[in-house]
Design a protein around this ligand. Structure first.
Ligand code: CS2
Length: 482
């Protein structure tokens, strides 16, 4: 075993906080905080991070507090080669699910030294209709934040109230940087924040619209949730016994639209790609990497696998991913030369095969309703326009529906904000496969109209769905297409 150790050289008492992060999960700690650590070590400055959870995972905040917010990240090249990195870039951790905690976060956001607010709240944390990006104004949490703007529940609500206070005090706003897997994530975040502000106070909305920067960013690093088994393995291999340890792959990428009127760390000196426009990178990553992940999640679990690396051992699944990435997705990514896409595909396959990660398919399967549009449906619609075939995506959609159908029958949660609506569809008595597929496709908050109006495409999905819920082997269905 080859272990490389990188200790932290930071003295947190020497640097002030400049960034507030919302969404203190494993991903943030293995991604933005690692870049933060490196840039502080190189250039110093007041760019420490205050990181908050707004509702879930109070325990992690407590554990980090106890450890002075220091923790370790284990980056696996493979099971025999890894790097242990100590991180001190997070100066403060907050839990905002209580009244005092909420006030603490607002005060932190309003402090004059805060220049940037970063977000990893997952797709559903933006309260947008996945297909259109429109704010879900009727959602009870959003309704709460409209009625009680000073004691918000959502990340959007915290941003709006902090911007309101900064405006009232005559302070410049911070820049808001989304680090979630959504297309045009800056624009979407801006739409969400402005729409919420508009429902509270149109003048504030207008001020935000013209004064606050919302650059987009593409983030990439595979960071599986740490399970109790992982903790035991990590302790055995490294001696680290802290529950705050994070594990991830060695690869990491961050492409950021360079628009930070309030200033920013010199991220470009630690490998962050600062560019004028991230749209192409974002689309390539969402459609190729995340699109493949979702195929693996639904079809891999239906084939009986538990982790990404296990599913990657299956030759049929490998063929499906090749067809999906090279035949279905690549032609829609016109901004990149073919050789670059082939190379990207090969590197993704190698990353997915990394068996030291134990990346659970069930973790990727969650929140499917929020993920499908940007991962598959955009590709599907664009490919229809040029009459290419998209069997992998059609099988994937049928797999997602079968996953919901079987979970409903087994009374197992699918962890999706639309779970009860989707379960209601699936439990209609005596419905045929065709009726169930049609009912799912008619959810226009998820599916664009082009899909449900293409009868050939719908009948192929009905065929796949019916076969999957009747336990036809996934491999057999792949065989008929690739
Ligand atoms: C995954 C992502 O859980 C998921 O939906 O597809 O978290 C994926 O691991 C990251 O986007 C990789 O950068």
């Amino acid at each position: 075993m080859q272990i490389n150790t990188i200790p932290s050289s930071l003295d947190p008492s020497k640097h002030q906080v400049g960034i507030v992060h919302i969404g203190l999960g494993a991903f943030h700690r293995a991604h933005q905080a690692v870049y933060g650590e490196q840039v502080l070590a190189l250039h110093g400055g007041d760019w420490m991070i205050a990181s908050a959870n707004i509702r879930s995972n109070y325990q992690l905040v407590e554990q980090l507090n106890k450890a002075n917010n220091q923790y370790q990240v284990i980056e696996y090249a493979d099971s025999q080669h890894f790097t242990i990195r100590s991180i001190k870039a997070i100066k403060q951790t907050l839990f905002s699910g209580t009244k005092e905690g909420g006030l603490d976060l607002i005060n932190t956001l309003v402090a004059p030294h805060i220049k940037i607010v970063t977000l990893t709240v997952t797709e559903k944390g933006y309260y947008l209709a996945p297909s259109t990006g429109a704010l879900l104004v009727d959602n009870p949490d959003i309704q709460h934040d409209i009625a009680s703007p000073d004691t918000p529940k959502t990340a959007l609500g915290f941003i709006v109230v902090a911007l309101k206070l900064r405006r009232e005090k005559g302070m410049p706003p911070f820049t808001v940087l989304s680090c979630d897997n959504m297309p045009h994530n800056g624009k979407r975040t801006k739409n969400a924040v402005v729409a919420l502000a508009h429902a509270q106070n149109p003048a504030l909305a207008q001020w935000i619209e013209s004064h606050v920067a919302f650059p987009s960013s593409m983030v990439d690093r595979i960071v599986p949730a740490v399970t109790p088994e992982d903790l035991a393995d990590i302790e055995r291999d490294t001696g680290i016994s802290e529950p705050t340890v994070v594990k991830c792959e060695q690869f990491s990428q961050w492409v950021v639209e360079d628009h930070f009127p309030a200033g920013r760390p010199k991220w470009e000196d630690v490998g962050v790609e600062m560019v004028d426009d991230v749209a192409q990178y974002e689309m390539m990553k969402l459609r190729m990497l995340n699109g493949s992940h979702s195929l693996l999640a639904y079809l891999g679990s239906l084939a009986g696998y538990k982790t990404v690396a296990q599913a990657m051992q299956d030759e049929a699944i490998g063929r499906l991913l090749e067809g999906f990435m090279l035949k279905e997705v690549a032609p829609t990514l016109s901004g990149f030369p073919e050789s670059m896409l082939t190379d990207y595909y090969q590197r993704l396959i190698a990353r997915f095969k990394n068996d030291s990660l134990q990346h659970q398919l069930i973790q990727i399967a969650m929140d499917g309703s929020q993920k499908l549009p940007q991962r598959w449906l955009g590709t599907l619609v664009e490919q229809r326009g040029v009459f290419h075939k998209t069997p992998a995506i059609e099988l994937g959609i049928a797999g997602w529906m079968a996953f919901i159908y079987l979970a409903e029958k087994a009374q197992r949660s699918i962890n999706d904000p639309l779970e009860s609506d989707l379960f209601n569809i699936m439990k209609q008595p005596n419905a045929t496969a065709s009726e169930l597929v049609t009912a799912c496709l008619s959810r226009d908050d998820i599916f664009p109209v082009e899909i449900r109006s293409d009868s050939d495409c719908v009948s192929r999905m009905v065929h796949y769905f019916s076969a999957l819920i009747n336990k036809t082997r996934v491999q057999e269905l792949i065989h008929s297409s690739y």
